[in-house]
Design a protein around this ligand. Structure first.
Ligand code: C5P
Length: 408
């Protein structure tokens, strides 16, 4: 049944980004459908499109300022926030979404988003690095959890000259999404499939700490960023994620079950306890050795004398899980190498009997850094990926896992 849209209204919040010009095209498309549009142009938005053009296209008063007497006299901000069937933020900048996620209300756009009881649709648009930043992704998770809808962004060339995710969805696509929402269709993003829904993904991340005495331990430089990004990406594709994490200074990704451990042996026990899983991704930089003896009291320094430190080998978690009677169907290991990256990864693949090895060259500042250059090594060969942020690499890996899962 065709629905009459002429009794529907939208409150359009135009954020400050180059994609703001597309909001003008969207207003025209909405007008053609008979949908009434009222608009708020943020301070940044007004640098890209003038409130005059917006007013000319909507035929309505355009609101710009929380503290403007004329704006407030026309319609108070609380009333404005409830005046439409749907609020659309086009373009949704990183700043506007951060404000909305944190509940800030320092200007008219953010106050409206905090005061509203209406469905909100965000059409994000920003530089790829800003889009991929953990802060932005976390804010989006928060907004999504609160029931907000999203359209885009798309992958492509950007106004800033870079290429990647961050291009705002085209006005026609935004219109389709708006119509669906106005018809009351589910706001779960149909454009964003959940290919890992129903799957349990077990992931290890971070370093392990191997105690020498109550204050000293053996460790490595792993930050946990890559493993946490993989966990977030798998959860984003709908998986139930158990993240067994060594000591890191990272917040728990939303919707991920984090099991915090210290040592390699704890990590193995936690992984075994988390089975069965469909997929295992071993990202952790597990310490290869631990102190053969740990003491319960702090070892005293004895001037001039060195501490004899005898080491013994830690269990290989990846190898153990691969040989486990509940072996997950797809097992992915990581291999940090400084030389002969592919050859060493191939040896590791065979030795550990996993399905893939994600090899990375850590001769640069990968450990602790934000970028990664990965090579996906399988029995069939090696596929190098270009250098990209750990977040983006994790998303690409999660998609690869989702698409190959049924085929292994
Ligand atoms: O042997 P190597 O440490 O280079 O292998 C790296 C891969 O093996 C990673 O996936 C890492 O998480 C995993 N690993 C493990 N347990 C160990 C050592 C490594 O799970 N004790």
């Amino acid at each position: 049944m065709k629905m009459n849209m002429s009794d529907k209204s939208i409150l359009l919040i135009i954020g400050g980004g180059i994609a703001a010009y597309k909001a003008l095209l969207l207003i025209r498309l909405l007008a053609k459908k008979g949908i009434k549009v009222r608009a708020i142009v943020s301070k940044g938005g007004a640098k890209f499109v003038t409130p005059l053009s917006v007013g000319a296209l909507t035929g309505e008063t355009v609101y710009t300022d929380l503290f403007s007497l004329s704006d407030e006299a026309e319609m108070g901000h609380i009333e404005l926030s409830r005046s439409a069937d749907l609020i659309c933020v086009v373009p949704a900048t990183a700043d506007l979404m951060a404000k909305a996620a944190q509940g800030l209300a320092g200007d008219l756009a953010s106050t409206t988003l905090l005061a509203t009881d209406r469905q909100v649709l965000y059409a994000p648009a920003m530089n790829v690095r800003m889009w991929e930043h953990d802060a932005t992704q976390r804010n989006i998770e928060i907004l999504r959890e609160r029931g907000s809808a999203f359209v885009g962004p798309d992958e492509g060339d950007m106004a800033c000259g870079e290429h990647g995710f961050g291009r705002m969805a085209e006005p026609e696509i935004i219109l389709t999404k708006i119509e669906k929402l106005l018809k009351g269709e589910t706001h779960i993003d149909a454009l964003k499939p959940k290919p890992l829904a129903g799957k349990h993904v077990l992931i290890t991340a971070g370093p392990t700490h191997e105690a020498i005495d109550p204050v000293r331990y053996l460790a490595n430089r792993s930050s946990g960023k890559q493993g946490y990004a993989v966990a977030r990406a798998c959860a984003g594709l709908g998986a139930r994620v158990s993240l067994v994490s060594g000591p890191v200074a990272l917040p728990a990704p939303t919707g991920v079950d984090v099991i915090s451990v210290e040592s390699a042996r704890d990590m193995l026990a936690a992984c075994e306890a988390a089975l069965p899983a469909d997929i295992f991704v071993a990202v952790a930089a597990v310490a290869d050795w631990r102190a053969a003896r740990t003491v319960s009291k702090k070892i005293k320094k004895d001037d001039g004398k060195l501490l004899p430190l005898e080491l013994e080998e830690n269990p290989d978690i990846l190898k153990t899980i691969c040989a486990h009677e509940q072996r997950p169907k797809l097992v992915v290991g990581f291999a940090a190498e400084t030389n002969d990256v592919i050859a060493n990864a191939q040896i590791k693949l065979a030795k550990k009997t996993c399905d893939w090895i994600v090899a990375n060259d850590v001769s640069g500042d990968v450990m602790g850094g934000d970028d990664n250059t990965m090579i996906i090594v399988t029995k069939a060969g090696a596929t190098p990926w270009p250098t990209m942020s750990k977040q983006r690499a994790a998303q690409k890996l999660a998609l690869e896992i989702a698409s190959q899962f049924g085929k292994v």
